[in-house]
Structure formats: structure tokens, C-alpha cells
Design a protein. Sequence first.
Length: 104
Amino acid sequence: MSEPMKIRARIVDGSAHIIVLMIHPMETGQRKDPRSGQAFPAHFIQRVTATINDKPVLNLQCGPAISKNPVFGFRVKGAKSGDKLMIAWEDNKGEKAHSEATIA
């Protein structure tokens, strides 16, 4: 899972509007392979964190009921143009990814 996330972060009306596209299969563990009848193993993002200038601004816990390649959006008051944003996730198999962006 080394594909980078796509992040859009802009200041609008005094707060940072952040949208993140995460590339992940998000398998629930309930879908079955049509040939073998065996369930595909669960594989989903469990935790998402975000920091701005190394200060935590988001800590999100997820479950399997989220679509493939999820998009998350949130706003942060007090952020400024030029601040460094870092988004990270970890899934139920221990795989991790993170990406950085500068708020415009």
C-alpha cells in the first residue's frame, strides 16, 4: 500500500478545508469469491490521524463499512496558509501510509 494519498488543503473563510483521497481496497470480509465460495479476508483502514505543524488535529477510528478508496473531508480552525499537514492511516493488517501537503 505505498500509493500516495491525494490531499487538497485550502484556507476558506479562516479555516483549513481538507479533503483526502486514500487508495485502499477496504474489504469488509463478508464478500465471497464467486469461484471458490470463500470469503475475501477483511482488509480495511482502522485509524486515520492528521497533524498540522506536528500538532494533532484529527484522530479517527474506522470500521469495515467504508467504501473502497475512501474520501474524508474535515475543517480545522486556526490553520494558516503555508502550514504543514500530515495525514496517516493504519489498517487492520498493520499496513501504514502517510502523506504530507502544504495548506494553500
